[in-house]
Design a protein around this ligand. Structure first.
Ligand code: CUK
Ligand code: CUA
Length: 642
């Protein structure tokens, strides 16, 4: 590892900043100042729709939430990686396989980054992807049904944080590991052999243009450091994707705080087009790897989990011209690409400036071999050769940047709790606004795309302190809506969010409204246990397994008296909702079940497994208030002695 020491214009701000990173400060200004017309700007009258959908990750809730903007109204919690009793996600027989992994069923994860699918660099409103951080997974949610349709586990990864970022036409969603880990057959190695044995693996998940189906095309083995975030290029930089890395010291214990010793870490620039070409030429190697691929089947309304056993690995050591490093000041976190694809903005958490790199200069530095050394055999480009400019004195703790399409950038400053607006061309700071408090990500509608919608920036804050009525030791998580239409940013609204909203993306509602599925056609229901009319309802026994083919329609459940069940029987209630209308789900719950309820959409069949654990007459009922006779949707199961 050779890396020339170079005196850099960027310096770490020193111990004071490191300390304040840990305990971020509160802005001095009072946070109650909103513009006089703020209420009007966020007021969405009863019966009116919001202009935008905002999708925010639920962080440690493992879910994704849909809000309306500008009102901040919570519209739906979309279950993804965590079981959700409210609608049976992860409890019903159909949905359990969606949470399957190589470790078995894992009913929880930590979701950080929602990413809308893109066509020509523009959010197209078809799907949204989100990462599971803990047990590395990428999920795809269909925005015509707001349902998680696919979950891909990522092997050779740990802490899937730099994920899931889409290339310009959603050719790939990409995920990279936060923790480098041993890869290959040698798994049982000393932790302090990090330098020799640990590697990073960038997963390239191919996305089918027609149906969104994901497929782990290949993994690119990269040097073992910690990878944090990423963004794909667009336009001129279409073939590239950029990752931030920290801990380039390759420390395996951070207790000695040696991960931030280096003056600069790196942006890793990956030419994914070239990598894919090498794989197509057979330069990759097949390696054994166990990972689950879970797909929702629309015809049967059932999840299927397939255990995969092999992955194609391309080792960066075996191919030239795929990866380059760009030095980047202290512990880079976010990396963002301007709408025109010409510039790359990196945010070093402990850095005193925001460096902006020029894609053109990156290309010519590669061509002219303007290297300042190498890192694990990979060329490190000269900082000055690729720098477009630095934003000076932006504030403390820059994390993430988004764009408004008017040539302005907005950077979140975690430590100084503010958003800084600056001009991409001149790096001049135009405005700043305090956030309450300790902003993490920020989100401009379309703000990471080629065509930002602009209008607002949403601050996704880490600390709430005094903003809401207290709710015990844990306070609600919080977002803030800020108007960016004028020269000065204006605070409009605070609104609570679920879990910890790491990141959010927003999209004009019309792009999603036009594709909404209002109900599923009963005629198309291919569920093997569907009962498509009350005539088809029945009870079938095989040993101690009992299948109940059940229907629900306003205002009865059929059959509603079930006898002949014996203690110890495993009873599968297959409930088909016969309704063919919008917004008429039926629920199903039975006393003493150790699963959740079912919430069955019109035209759909869902299955609840229930073990008859005691003798008696056990009631069941519909849980969703569906009509005036909702309370009448009930029945009994008689359980007799075996
Ligand atoms: S991270 Cu939370 S502030 Cu997981 Cu994208 Cu940057
Ligand atoms: Cu069906 Cu209540």
């Amino acid at each position: 590892m050779i890396l020339k020491k170079k005196s850099v214009m960027t310096q770490a701000v020193g111990a004071l900043l490191v300390t304040s990173m840990l305990f971020s400060c509160k802005p001095k200004q009072a946070g109650t100042v909103v513009e006089g017309d703020a209420a009007q700007k966020v007021y969405v009258a009863p019966g009116k729709f919001d202009e935008l959908y905002m999708f925010a990750s639920g962080g440690f809730s493992g879910q994704l939430a849909a809000y309306g903007l500008p009102s901040g109204r919570l519209l739906k919690v979309i279950p993804v990686f965590s079981q959700n009793a409210e609608n049976g996600w992860g409890y019903s027989e159909e949905t359990k396989p969606m949470l399957n992994t190589s470790h078995g069923l894992i009913p929880w994860d930590d979701a950080h980054h929602p990413e809308l699918s893109k066509t020509s660099g523009e959010d197209d409103g078809r799907w949204i992807f989100i990462n599971g951080n803990n047990t590395p997974r990428i999920a795809r949610i269909n925005l015509s049904t707001f349902k998680t349709e696919e979950i891909m586990e990522l092997p050779n990864s740990a802490g899937n944080h730099a994920s899931p970022f889409c290339t310009e036409n959603t050719e790939y969603v990409v995920g990279n590991t936060r923790f480098s880990v041993p890869v290959g057959d040698k798994q049982d190695v000393p932790i302090n052999s990090y330098k020799e044995n640990f590697r990073g693996a960038v997963s390239f998940v191919k996305v089918d243009k027609e149906n969104g189906r994901m497929n782990l095309d290949f993994q690119l083995l990269v040097p073992g450091v910690d990878y944090d975030l990423a963004h794909a290029g667009k336009g001129p930089s279409h073939d590239w994707i950029f990752f931030t890395c920290y801990n380039t010291e390759k420390a395996h214990t951070l207790l000695e705080v040696n991960a931030s010793q280096r003056d600069k870490d790196f942006i890793m620039a990956v030419n994914w087009k070239k990598a894919a070409e090498y794989v197509a030429q057979g330069k990759g190697k097949k390696m054994p790897a166990a990972y689950a691929h879970n797909v929702w089947d629309e015809a049967t309304h059932t999840g299927n989990s397939t255990m995969m056993n092999e992955v194609t690995i391309l080792d960066v050591k075996d191919v030239p011209d795929v990866v380059y490093y760009i030095p980047c000041p202290k512990s880079p976190h976010g990396v963002d690409v301007t709408p025109d694809g010409e510039r790359i903005v990196a945010s070093g958490k402990l850095a005193a400036v925001i460096p902006v790199f020029s894609f053109k200069k990156i290309l010519s530095a590669i061509e002219g071999k303007q290297f300042e050394g190498d890192f694990d055999g990979i060329p490190v480009l000269q900082y000055d050769a690729v720098l477009d400019g630095e934003v000076e004195k932006p504030g403390l703790g820059p994390l993430h940047t988004e764009f408004d399409g008017q040539g302005n950038a907005y950077t979140s400053m975690f430590v100084s709790s503010e958003i800084v607006k600056w001009k991409v061309d001149t790096k001049e700071i135009l405005d700043r606004i305090p956030t309450y408090y300790s902003i993490g990500h920020l989100s401009v509608p379309g703000g990471d795309s080629k065509v930002p919608f602009g209008k607002y920036v949403v601050a996704l804050n880490k600390i709430t302190k005094d903003r809401y009525l207290p709710t015990g030791p844990e306070l609600t998580q919080s977002a803030q809506l800020i108007d960016i239409t004028g020269e000065k940013m204006k605070l409009l609204l605070d609104f609570p969010t679920i879990g910890e909203p790491h990141y959010a993306q927003s999209i004009p509602a019309e792009k999603i409204l036009k594709n909404q599925i209002k109900f599923f056609k009963l005629a198309d229901n291919k569920h093997p246990h569907a009962a498509k009319s009350e005539k088809e309802t029945r009870v079938e026994r095989k040993g101690n397994r009992v299948d109940v083919y059940m229907t629900a329609i306003r205002s009865h459940i059929a059959p509603d008296n079930i006898e002949g069940i014996r203690k110890g029987d495993e009873v599968y209630f297959h409930v088909t909702n016969l309704e063919q209308d919008w917004d008429v789900p039926h629920g199903f719950a039975i006393k003493g079940n150790n699963n959740a309820e079912l919430l069955v959409m019109p035209g759909e069949t869902a299955t609840l497994k229930w073990v008859a654990d005691r003798i008696g007459v056990i009631p069941f009922y519909c849980t969703d208030f569906c009509s005036a006779l909702h309370q009448e949707m009930q029945g009994y199961v008689r359980v007799s002695d075996a």
